[in-house]
Design a protein around this ligand. Structure first.
Ligand code: GLC
Ligand code: GLC
Length: 811
């Protein structure tokens, strides 16, 4: 069962049935102003921070799901309907939703009238544009009534839902001509307001929710819409809304365009008022002026398309697999950018009031977008590193609005520091900009504690070796990458969070093999960086520690058929055949294999064979097996999830590409590719009903083999999965890797691929790299011909401003 299709030419996913198995959403906005929008126009907007600057209300986990958004109602005397089907749910003669790159077009048709709305946030402006095109397709004049609807959030999205004793009395609005202003709390501590405007005269309005909807009605049948006339209500307290009302007549074939603008404005303290109690509208007037005609809006839309064309032109492939092409060329890159913008803050699963930017998350996200916007990546690295502590440990999260570490969660996640090495090195390899290493970067946001970014990397490296346990393996702290493997928690109180509760690290023997592998992978990268920088002593010192860690893993981290996962508080093995449940875990197989620990002795191959045997399923690779069936207090949150879900033996998509990459290390392209296809959304179109979440983006988790319904996806959009899969497929399968001195070509592919081309912009030069596989092998020796000349090795050298035509032959 399919609900739509990919339109690759337009770079859109086209939904033809509004009743998708879950709301299928899109993100609008690229800078400071963002919106989420579902295929029926549900969702909300915010400025920078989904918690503190929420423009409109959204009730999560609603009945029905996804109720609330920016809605339009049409009452034509015969029927009442909405162009996006919801909230009215009158059957439409035609419905279509096109989710594109930072825009969504929704179209409905009923009784000879069609209404199409294009939603987008123009570049560099704090406004959501809703361009509506109404058309009479019949042969008689058509009169109807149009209502818009937007419910204001009183700014702080958390307080808005909680503090009703206050909130039901504070709402304030202003109305002037066709604009409705929301100015709750503007007279005291806020310097910002929002507005909802339409570029035409109106015949009425409503600003009080209950007057519009009716206390006993629902959004599907607002009283005002049903009665066919606005009530011109003025909100004082209660729930302020913005609704325009317009009576329209269209002649046969006639078309009418309306531009609705949902905007956000900040005023300086001394410029807040035009007169007593009346807001100064200079800036909102300017914003309206900027987008008040179809021509201006169409121009802004073109600029947005050009912006995306440019971003996507950095990496693209010509490949005869359409699904792979649409993932690599369009959707995976798009998702990486959204993840860069949102981190894990706001989706239909993350309610936008909790998390800020994660230290580990943001460093990992970087590998998915650094090629598109290296300058933004540079700033991101410095922001992240500024929240590190002088001993190398890190705030686990920081707030995007203040860029300061989040005290509520604190630190102590011992994998965090190593990810800074990944982020920084990825940036340098892409951009060639070594100057970032000399930037003075604060610790704990305190400029008096600043050291160079290079020092931050050294201190990150040292944090691991300064925190080793009894087996010479890294102490885990609160948790490593797996937030839910809480070996030092021992929590008995359902009201405490596993991540923040008092941590029992004193005297703990809990060590992590995942961090050990991570340390070897990025420790080696750190060594290489020091070599490039000519820091010989540091090279030797670091090499020694990496070698020791490898040895410790071989001696104490090998279980016989796979790598152990950890040692617990008491020093007992976690992820061993000795255990009854949780015998084997994916993370340490991924990291120790990527680190090639015991490669010669065959450990990597054995580990990956065990993954295949015990963790692989038709829908992806599960995190651990067997799943936990009872709460193990010494393991923490992982054993709280029902079996097959989330970290307890769910397919946690983020870590699947670690195995794909590891497979490429031992040359098994067929296997890497098979794993890729299992979770790559474009390949799941045929099982959409089961998979549920969007077929154009990765989700965090797919229910594992022990779950009630294996294959069901959850938590789409904001996940490290986006960056890691892009990285795995482009760097390790397709095999194009930026390196300090050029692009390296090192593919590991399914043996039936004969030829494909990767187009790459890299440090101001253009590359067209065609990979040929005449012998139908998975991996082999690469011979390069660069602009007709054979060169030795697999590194394409680079000079700025050149065009390179490269043939890479695998033999
Ligand atoms: C989520 C978190 C990430 C963590 C992962 C596994 O994706 O954002 O930080 O590593 O879950 O627990
Ligand atoms: C990650 C995990 C989730 C856990 C959360 C805690 O997102 O996926 O299961 O509850 O981290 O921060």
């Amino acid at each position: 069962m399919k609900y739509g299709f990919f339109d690759d030419e337009a770079k859109e996913y086209v939904i033809q049935d509004p009743k998708t198995p879950f709301p299928w959403i899109n993100y609008l906005g690229n800078d400071d102003f963002f919106s989420l929008i579902s295929n029926t126009a549900g969702g909300y907007s915010f400025y920078k921070d989904a918690k503190f600057r929420r423009l409109n209300r959204y009730r999560y986990n609603n009945v029905p799901m996804d109720n609330g958004g920016r809605y339009f109602y049409i009452n034509d005397g015969e029927s009442i309907w909405s162009p996006g089907w919801k909230p009215v749910k009158t059957a439409l003669e035609e419905y279509e939703c096109r989710h594109g790159l930072s825009y969504t077009k929704i179209k409905g048709k009923k009784n000879n009238l069609s209404a199409e709305v294009t939603f987008f946030v123009p570049l560099g402006s704090w406004v959501e544009i809703q361009k509506m095109v109404l058309k009479n397709n019949g042969d008689q004049a058509k009169s109807f009534k149009l209502f818009s609807y937007n419910e204001w959030c009183l700014w702080n999205a958390e307080d808005d839902q909680n503090n009703l004793q206050r909130n039901l009395s504070t709402g304030e609005i202003e109305i002037k001509d066709s604009t409705i202003y929301h100015k709750t709390e503007y007279k005291e501590r806020r310097n910002h307001f929002a507005f909802y405007h339409v570029n035409d005269s109106i015949d009425g309005y409503d600003t009080d929710r209950e007057s519009f909807v009716g206390l006993y009605n629902e959004l599907s049948s607002p009283e005002v819409v049903v009665s066919g006339e606005a009530s011109n209500s003025e909100a004082h307290g209660w729930s302020p809304i913005a609704s325009h009302y317009k009576e329209i007549t269209l002649q046969p074939g006639e078309q009418k365009e309306l531009i609705f603008l949902l905007g956000y404005v900040e005023n300086e303290e001394d410029k807040k008022w035009e007169s007593k109690g009346v807001i100064n509208k200079e800036k909102s007037d300017q914003l309206i002026e900027k987008f008040n005609t179809v021509e201006k809006v169409d121009q802004a839309f073109k600029e947005l398309a050009a912006y995306w064309d440019n971003l996507l032109s950095v990496i693209s492939i010509d490949h005869d697999d359409d699904k792979l092409s649409r993932m690599v060329n369009i959707w995976n890159q798009y998702q990486c950018m959204v993840t860069f913008n949102m981190s894990r803050s706001a989706s239909f699963f993350e309610v936008g009031i909790g998390r800020g930017m994660g230290f580990r998350d943001s460093n990992q996200d970087l590998i998915g977008f650094v090629h598109q916007v290296p300058e933004k990546a540079r700033q991101r690295i410095i922001d992240i590193a500024s929240t590190q502590f002088p001993d190398g440990s890190c705030y686990h999260q920081y707030q995007p609005l203040t860029k300061r570490g989040n005290d509520a969660i604190g630190g102590g996640f011992n994998d965090d520091p190593m990810w800074l090495i990944l982020g920084t090195i990825s940036y340098i390899k892409e951009s060639g900009d070594f100057t970032i290493l000399d930037e003075m970067v604060p610790f704990d946001n305190d400029p008096s504690l600043a050291q160079t970014l290079f020092d931050h990397l050294r201190i990150s490296f040292d944090h691991v070796i300064n925190n080793l346990g009894p087996n010479g393996l890294p102490l885990i702290g609160r948790a490593d990458w797996n937030d839910c493997l809480n070996l030092n928690c021992f929590s008995n109180d359902p009201n405490e969070s596993f991540q923040t509760t008092e941590n029992n690290t004193e005297g703990s023997k809990a060590e992590s093999l995942m961090i050990a592998g991570l340390f070897v992978v990025y420790g080696n990268d750190y060594v290489e960086l020091c070599e490039v920088l000519g820091k010989e002593e540091e090279v030797e010192r670091a090499k020694g520690h990496v070698a020791k860690m490898k040895e410790a893993v071989k001696q104490k981290g090998w279980d016989g058929e796979w790598f152990l996962r950890a040692y617990d508080f008491y020093g007992n093995k976690v992820g061993s055949d000795e255990n009854e449940e949780g015998k084997i875990f994916i993370e340490s197989q991924g990291w120790c294999s990527m680190a090639e620990i015991g490669l010669e002795e065959g450990l990597v191959k054995k580990s990956l064979d065990s993954v295949k045997e015990r963790l692989d399923t038709p829908y992806g690779i599960v995190l651990n097996n067997p799943a936990f069936t009872e709460y193990k207090i010494e393991y923490g949150e992982i054993s709280t999830y029902p079996k097959g879900y989330k970290e307890n033996a769910g397919i946690f998509c983020h870590n699947n590409p670690w195995i794909m990459i590891a497979e490429t290390k031992i040359g098994r392209g067929n296997q890497a590719w098979d794993y890729y296809k299992k979770i790559s959304p474009a390949y799941l179109e045929d099982i959409q009903k089961l998979h549920k979440v969007e077929p154009y983006v990765y989700c965090q988790m797919i229910a594992g083999k022990d779950a009630y319904i294996p294959g069901e996806g959850k938590n789409s959009w904001l996940s490290g999965t986006a960056a890691w899969n892009f990285y795995a497929v482009v760097h390790y399968i397709l095999g194009i890797q930026p390196d300090y001195y050029g692009l390296r070509v090192d593919p590991c592919i399914p043996s039936d691929w004969k030829e494909y081309t990767v187009n790459r912009k890299f440090r101001g030069s253009d590359y067209e790299i065609t990979i040929k596989n005449p012998n139908q092998i998975e991996k082999g020796h690469v011979t390069l011909s660069v602009n007709g000349e054979e060169i030795v090795g697999n590194l394409i050298p680079f000079k700025q401003g050149r065009k390179y035509k490269v043939i890479a032959t695998i033999s």
